[in-house]
Every structure is written in C-alpha cells, then in structure tokens.
Design a protein around this ligand. Sequence first.
Ligand SMILES: Nc1ncnc2c1ncn2[C@@H]1O[C@H](COP(=O)(O)OP(=O)(O)OP(=O)(O)O)[C@@H](O)[C@H]1O
Ligand SMILES: [Mg+2]
Length: 293
Amino acid sequence: MTESSNNGVGPNVPLDRRDPATGQAPGPVDPALEAIDPDRGRPANVIATRGLSLRFGDKTILSGIDMLFPRGTITALIGPTGSGKSTFLRTLNRMNDKVSGFRYGGDVLLDDESIWASHQDLLALRRRVGMLFQRPNPFPMSIRDNVVAGVKAHRIAKGKQLDVVAEERLRQVGLWDAAKDRLGDSPFRLSGGQQQLLCLARALAVGPEVLLLDEPTSSLDPISTENVEAMLKSLAPALTLIVVTHNLGQARRVSHHTMFFYDGALVEHGPTEVLFEHPREDQTERYVTGRMG
Ligand SMILES: Nc1ncnc2c1ncn2[C@@H]1O[C@H](COP(=O)(O)OP(=O)(O)OP(=O)(O)O)[C@@H](O)[C@H]1O
Ligand SMILES: [Mg+2]
C-alpha cells in the first residue's frame, strides 16, 4: 500500500481547471506556461476533508464534513459564534491535536495524504499550512527577527540572506516604508494593523501553500482591515487561503467560496456569490440577510 492511498484516494485525481467562482472552463493553456507551473501534476484540491467529525470529550462539534479546497482559491468560513468554525480551521494544521478531549473521525488530506499519517512531520506540516490568528502575536524580538523567525527555525536561509528575506516580505505586505528605519526596534510599538501585517509577513516568509486565518481583522480598524483584505486578495492564486470571518461583507469581498456552519453542521457551501444571493437553505438565508444573530 502506498502512503497516499489512504481512504482510497490516489494521487492521480484529474486536475479540475474550471474557475471555482463561475464553474467556467478556462481558455487554452499556454504549453510553455504549463511546463513551468510548479503545481503541475498536483491534485487540484490542496486540502480535502472526508467524513470529518470533531469532538471535545462527549460533545460533537461537527460531523460528516466532506469539503474540497481548490488550490489557489480563498474560502470563507461563516456562521454564528460557537458553530465550530475555529475548531474546523485549527484541525486543518493539527492545532487541536494537543487540546484536551479533542477527538476526530474521518480524515483531512493534504495533497491526497492524510495529515495524521505516521510519516507526517508536524513542523513540516505547519510550514506548508500556516496560520494567522485573530490578535496579532508578534514575538518579543525585533521587527526584523520576527519576519525571519520561521525562516531561521526551518533553516531556509541564514546570515545576510535573512536581511534580504526580511525586506522582501515586509515589502510584500506593504510594511517596508514604515519599518525600514526601525528594523531593530520592538514590534509592539507598531499599530495593531501593522502588527497583523508583520505577523502575515512572518507567516509568508516560510513559503506556505495554505494559510489559515481566524478572524484576522476583527481587532483592526476599518483602514487596517482594508489593507489586510487587499493583501489577502493579492495572495491567491499563489496561495490557498481559508479564512474565518464574522464580517459578511469581508466574506463577499475576498472569497471565492463560502462555507456556512450552524448548529453542529456544515449547512451549505458553494461559490460565494451563489451562497449570498441564492442560498439553498433557509438557515443560510436568515444568516446572510442578518436575520439570525
Ligand atoms: N478546548 C475546548 N474544549 C471543549 N469545548 C471546546 C473547546 N474549544 C471549543 N469548544 C466548543 O466547541 C464549540 C465550537 O467552538 P469554536 O470555537 O469552534 O466556535 P466558533 O464558530 O469559532 O465561534 P466564534 O465565532 O465565537 O469564534 C463551542 O461550543 C465551544 O464551546
Ligand atoms: Mg472562532
């Protein structure tokens, strides 16, 4: 048995190149571009959940979730408080594994391999599937050292290369001008929005394939929120993003797909525009029209 054969899902799933938002088939692909596509031959869905059930102790939080996350797309997770959004998100890079009472059933596949397979290395998994939290959490070290903390830990670069990485990533998130004269300073004097961008730069620096974001702008003012949203949009399709948000406008603005969680279930999911404009389920409609808390 090969390692990727768990749950009977082999590595040769045909590539689905339809636009996930519209379902339209793409135009002809330039063979030269195709040849240098780093994702060529990889499964179209970077993450898939198969009959995933999540429990804390005796309490089932979610059950039977089958979901595909197409590579290079942004998926929003919405639903009332306590509906299991964070629990689901944190499962995807095994952040719940050490939480007392946590149990799972079914599976999560990353590039067709179970994230719980015995050969999976947790550090390597977290490098591939990074995370940004609700509150900015810079480390107590300089701005520059924050950006390269993961890069050093994973020995991706060293010495002078670290300065190059720091500049490149700070530029990428639009923080370079604000930070370039204070790279050796504490990050805690940056504004909340800047701190969140710094944490994003740190998460990006290790080259993740997937980024999980749990309410990444809920502690930010509207201008910082706009900056972070613009950044997130610019990261796809190079990255796959999965973002929990209570801000329905944000889900509509940034995501291709939306999942609606309610009362222990994934009630509905689909292209964001369809889910908001033509929800199938009554519960979804009540939630997206603001008639449900
Ligand atoms: N460590 C834990 N131990 C026991 N129960 C937990 C734990 N973490 C979460 N829960 C429970 O799991 C359920 C789902 O919580 P979760 O945090 O996933 O919801 P959420 O949708 O992210 O809510 P919010 O929008 O408020 O962040 C809740 O009933 C919560 O009390
Ligand atoms: Mg939550």
